[in-house]
Design a protein around this ligand. Structure first.
Ligand code: NAI
Length: 415
């Protein structure tokens, strides 16, 4: 894993090349929570030396215990490689609660601290102030601007995004994001490191995200589907239709139908995501009435025992009710695909992805679900009509098809 940084200073008579060799060996994982522990585990499995850093010993220890548990499980299945034990890998995992000193020998930092801009900016600056002059800072933020995180760090060219999906060892996709100031070297090294991190469910898929825009690729493409679902929730309430009938509209074709999925992810998370896109993409992401009410009441879904459903009855009982319910006829699966195709076209239009295959592949690797372009190439005309109707019916202009989708011009773009 050797990289060359080459700076050329050319004048009439001379060419001077400054070459600095950087060999990524030491990865510092900052934040030992759900994501950080998964990232540290796969980094150890890739052969890197890892330092796990958090703000309190108990947090580092709990992250370390999760890594140990994950590795031991793999060891028991002989999945770590011939003769390799969890203890062998853990011998390369250090722990610290002092970032400024822990970063001194780090080549690459992957940040998975809480989703707060001031905390991310502060740890990024600490890394740049105290780390070696080649250290790269990669943020696992799911929503924040990479450009903003790196802006005041003193070395924005060495800051990029590395967005993992949960659970890290099992989800194949990693999005590597280029901020406005990210250098090509930083981006290429991050792509390379990401590609070396193993995945327990098949080959990793590394999606290059060429522009720092809200939601990157996968979350962005799925975001406007939530506008439509919030409309469907409100429509069902208005017509007095029970949630299991609305979920029956999915016809058993979604692993989790909309109300179950929203309860599972958390009503509050769903509400915050919509407010984030309302601020960064369009006012049409205003959360709907049903979600706003549930959020205000504190009925946040599975984690509080109540959301759309009463979870004390257990998930199986809920799923049986949905299976037996008559479909409400409010939402339609094809419409979800049409909305995703339109957003995928916006992603192409804005230059975030290099081609539509990247978008479909990233969706499959990050969501375990097909992207919209495969079917969209044949259906875009019919889907554009569907979206015109949906935009009229919901009053959400954001759902209206953009020219690239309506015209089918995306089919002639680079794959
Ligand atoms: P978590 O709450 O499980 O872990 C966050 C950890 O960061 C905690 O252990 C906390 O003590 C630590 N921390 C807070 N401030 C710190 C600081 N100044 N220095 C060092 N450590 C600090 O959160 P989770 O779910 O692991 O999320 C971490 C990041 O990953 C967030 O930015 C989140 O948006 C992002 N992400 C989360 C996904 C998920 O499904 N949970 C998916 C993709 C990205």
């Amino acid at each position: 894993m050797i990289y060359l940084f080459v700076t050329k200073n050319l004048n009439k008579n001379s060419m001077r090349m400054k070459i600095k060799m950087v060999d990524v060996k030491n990865i510092l994982v900052l934040g030992a929570g759900l994501m950080g522990s998964g990232i540290a585990q796969v980094s150890l499995m890739a052969g890197y030396n890892v330092k796990l850093v958090d703000v309190k010993d108990e947090f580092v220890d709990s992250g370390y215990a999760k890594i140990e548990e994950g590795l031991k499980k793999l060891e028991s299945k002989n999945a770590l490689g011939e003769g390799v034990t969890a203890a062998d890998l853990l011998a390369r995992c250090g722990k610290s609660i002092d970032l400024a000193s822990a970063v001194k020998d780090a080549d690459f930092v992957i940040e998975a601290v809480i989703e707060k801009m001031d905390v991310k900016k502060q740890v990024c600056k600490t890394v740049m102030d105290n780390g070696p002059s080649h250290v790269i800072f990669a943020s696992n933020t799911s929503t924040m601007s990479i450009t903003e995180i790196g802006k005041d760090s003193g070395a924005p060219e060495r800051v990029c995004g590395m967005h993992f999906f949960n659970p890290v060892p099992l989800m194949r996709c990693i999005e590597v994001i280029k901020g406005e100031s990210t250098s090509d070297d930083t981006f290429n090294i991050a792509m390379d490191v990401a590609g070396k991190l193993p995945c327990l469910r098949g080959d990793r898929y590394i999606a290059p995200v060429l522009k720092d825009r809200p939601g990157f690729i996968v979350n962005r493409m799925n975001a406007p589907v939530i506008i439509y679902l919030h409309w469907a929730f409100d429509e069902a309430k208005k017509r007095g239709i029970p949630w299991e009938r609305l979920d029956a509209d999915a016809g058993g074709k979604m692993p989790m139908p909309p109300c179950v999925l929203t309860d599972f992810t958390g009503i509050d998370t769903n509400y915050h995501i919509m407010n984030y896109y309302k601020e960064t993409l369009s006012p049409d992401f205003e959360p709907g009435e049903v979600i706003t009410e549930l959020n205000e009441k504190g009925d946040l879904g599975q984690k509080t025992g109540k959301g759309f459903y009463d979870w004390s009855q257990g998930r199986d009982a809920i799923m049986v009710k949905i299976k037996q319910a008559e479909a409400a006829g409010i939402f339609n699966l094809n419409t979800l695909f049409a909305i995703m195709l339109n957003e995928g076209c916006r992603i192409l239009d804005e230059g975030i992805a290099s081609g539509f295959k990247v978008i479909d592949d990233a969706n499959m690797a990050g969501m375990n679900a097909p992207g919209p372009f495969g079917a969209g190439k044949k259906n875009y005309e019919a889907w554009a009509k569907v979206l015109e109707e949906v935009a009229d019916k919901t009053g959400k202009e954001y759902l209206r098809p953009i020219e690239l989708m309506r015209s089918g011009a995306f089919t002639k773009m680079r794959k």
